[in-house]
Design a protein around this ligand. Structure first.
Ligand code: M6R
Length: 369
C-alpha cells in the first residue's frame, strides 16, 4: 500500500501531482467557467459575503494563510485566518454576511469543529474544505468543497496541504466569478496555470536527490530557520512545522521583513536558514528585498539554503545551496516551493532513524480540544 516507498509520507509527497490534478478535475467547464454547483449553497448568499474567516489548525491553517493572499487579491473581500482554538475565545465579530471557511484534512479536528459550531450559532455560514468524505465537519457545514487528495495516512500533512490550497483557490476564483471581480478570461488563464502545476511538482520530485543529500548531511542540526515573504511566509512556517514534527529539531518560520525586528539576533556562524525567494518576475520589489535579507544573514555567518525560481541567478552569489522550482505565477508558487521542504524534513528525519509516519506524541486527527 506504500506503493514501493519506504513510508506513507514519502508516498504521499509523491502523490502530490495527482492530488492537485484530482482536486481541479471536473470543476471548470471547457469554456473556463467554474462550476461549483456541488457547493449547494445559494449563490446570492456568497455574493453578499463581506468578510471571510478561515478557521483551521496546523498545516491546514497555513493553507488558509496562503489562500488569504489570493482571495483578497482576486475578490477584494477581507480574509482573516485564525487558529480554530483561538477564535471562539475572543468574542469574534461574525454575522450573516461572514463566510467561515473551515479547512480540515480529517474533518474531525475537535478545535475546528467547536469553532464551526460557535460561528454557526452567531449566524455565519460555514463552508468546509475537507479531504475526508462524510466526516463530521463537512456534515455540519452549510457547504463543502472536497479536496481529492486521496487518503492521507502519515501524520504529517503533505498532499492534503497542496490540495487545500488548490481548493481554496477554486473557491476564490468562484467568488470572483460570481461577484464579477475578474473577467472570465482572467479566470480561464489562472485555471490554465493551475492545470500546469501537477507537471511542475513532478519535475521537482524527479529532481529530489540533491535536497535529500543535503538533508542527510544536516542531521546534526540543532535549529533551522525558514524565511519567506508574501505567500512564501506561510510556506516558511510549514517548512518549519514539518521539521519540528518529524525530526524533532527546533525550527521556526519568519516573515523575512521581520528579520531586522528581532530574529536576526539569532544568526550566528553556521546557523542553517532556508529562504523562500519570491519570483524576480513579480511586479513589486520583494525579490530584491529578500535577496538583500540573504546577504545580511550570510554576512553574519548563516548557512543559506535558497528556494528560488528557475533562472533566478541573482541568488547564487549569496547562497550555499540553491534549489530551483519551475516558473509559475507568484500566487501559485507555494504549490511548488513547499515540496522541497517536505522532502527535506522527511529525509532528515529518516536519516535520524525516526518513524516519519508516526512521529512521537502526535495523532493523525486531534479529536480532543
Ligand atoms: O485534519 P486537520 O487538517 O484538521 O488537522 C489539522 C492539524 O492537526 C494538522 O494539519 C497537523 O498540524 C499536521 N500534523 C501537520 O503536519
Amino acid at each position: 500500500e506504500k506503493g514501493g516507498f519506504a513510508s506513507f509520507m514519502e508516498k504521499e509527497i509523491n502523490d502530490q501531482p495527482e492530488a492537485v490534478a484530482q482536486t481541479l478535475l471536473g470543476r471548470a467547464g471547457l469554456d473556463g467557467k467554474l462550476e461549483l454547483d456541488e457547493l449547494r449553497i445559494d449563490p446570492s448568499l456568497l455574493k453578499a459575503v463581506d468578510k471571510i474567516i478561515v478557521l483551521a489548525c496546523g498545516t491546514s491553517a497555513y493553507a488558509g494563510q496562503v489562500a488569504k493572499y489570493a482571495i483578497e487579491h482576486w475578490c477584494r473581500i477581507p480574509v482573516e485566518v485564525e487558529l480554530s482554538h483561538e477564535f471562539r475565545y475572543r468574542d469574534p465579530i461574525v454575522d450573516a454576511n461572514t463566510l467561515i471557511v473551515a479547512i480540515s484534512q480529517s474533518g474531525e479536528t475537535m478545535d475546528t469543529l467547536m469553532a464551526v459550531r460557535y460561528a454557526q450559532e452567531q449566524g455565519a455560514k460555514v463552508l468546509a474544505i475537507c479531504n475526508t468524505n462524510g466526516s463530521t465537519i463537512p456534515r455540519e457545514a452549510d457547504a463543502v468543497l472536497y479536496t481529492h487528495a486521496g487518503p492521507e495516512i502519515a501524520v504529517a500533512s503533505t498532499k492534503a496541504f497542496l490540495a487545500q490550497i488548490t481548493a481554496a483557490y477554486l473557491l476564490g476564483l468562484y467568488l470572483a466569478q460570481l461577484r464579477g471581480n475578474l473577467f472570465s478570461g482572467q479566470i480561464r488563464d489562472i485555471l490554465a496555470d493551475l492545470g500546469k502545476v501537477p507537471a511542475k511538482i513532478q519535475a521537482i520530485l524527479d529532481d529530489a536527490d540533491r535536497i535529500k543529500k543535503l538533508a542527510r548531511s544536516m542531521s546534526d542540526a540543532r535549529s533551522v530557520l525558514f524565511l519567506g515573504r508574501h505567500v512564501g511566509f506561510p510556506v516558511a512556517m510549514e517548512g518549519a512545522l514539518k521539521l519540528k514534527e518529524l525530526a524533532y529539531i527546533h525550527a521556526e518560520g519568519f516573515a523575512a521583513g521581520e528579520l531586522k525586528h528581532g530574529p536576526i539576533a539569532l544568526i550566528e556562524e553556521g546557523q542553517p536558514v532556508f529562504v523562500i525567494v519570491p519570483s524576480p518576475r513579480g511586479r513589486n520589489s520583494l525579490h530584491a528585498k529578500v535577496v538583500s535579507n540573504i546577504q545580511e544573514i550570510r554576512a553574519r555567518g548563516a548557512k543559506t539554503v535558497v528556494i528560488a525560481e528557475e533562472g533566478d541567478t541573482a541568488v547564487q552569489a549569496y547562497a550555499e545551496h540553491v534549489f530551483y522550482i519551475p516558473e509559475t505565477p507568484v500566487l501559485l508558487a507555494p504549490l511548488l516551493a513547499t515540496v522541497p521542504l517536505q522532502i527535506f524534513a522527511c529525509e532528515l528525519a529518516t536519516a535520524k532513524g525516526y518513524d516519519v509516519d508516526q512521529p512521537r506524541n502526535l495523532a493523525k486527527s486531534v479529536t480532543v480540544e
